[in-house]
Design a binder for this molecule. Sequence first.
Ligand SMILES: [Zn+2]
Length: 267
Amino acid sequence: MDTYKIIPLPDDENYRHWKLFDDTYVIHYGEALDIFLLLGTKKALLIDTAFGRGEFPNLVNRLKGDLELMVVNTHGHFDHTGGNMWFPKVYMHKNAMAYANVPFEPLDEAWLANMPYPDYEMISIDDGYVFDLGDRNVEVLWTPAHSDSSLTFLDHKRRLLFCGDEFDAGQANLNTFESVGAFLKNCKRLQKREAEYDFIMPNHNGCPISKEYLTDFITAAQHVVEGVPDLVPTHDLPGFMHPICGKNGVRAQVGNSCINYLPEAPR
Ligand SMILES: [Zn+2]
């Protein structure tokens, strides 16, 4: 098994990891970033690569054992793709290809040069694709709203729904008013299939979460689309939309679920 030389950086954060099942790991980086490693009888599937910092590639190698590794991104945002260059090929939705390698801020050049696959192969996958891990099939669904490249993964064996940033317990960050409608459609589609999974697995703010969150998400998004949003004060919110458009988002909250979006409602 390869052991990669690591270049530590002063602001590296720590990893923790835990087993959800014998064949399912949550790898937690820093304060609020989870990625997932699913083991089959023949192959392993790594869902997202976080920022790829610190001991990341060696930790993944150790946990996967001798299994052949496949790597996939839930979407193209850099906190999910930053470690892609540790691997020769990465599966993603085609929309992610334009920005999967665009960092949030300049990267340390020595650290970047240490990554073994700067020109890794991007493999396009779309709705309906199935990863066969050996006695474990993981179905891909295209669920664009937070990002146009968002993929959700239905793990039929462990009955888990890995959703990236789309159905997060603490927030669903939707960058346009229109994306609230797309989000609503995705929620309804997934709720129709709720008999096939037990828990939702978002990448930030805690997992697993109950699939009942979808009911609240649907109500919250429905009210936004109908022009009667359940708005709550936003003074404590991070300005997550500012880099995109310079505008403040608003937050609608119903039950346990809340969505952040730009309030460009129909006139
Ligand atoms: Zn994201």
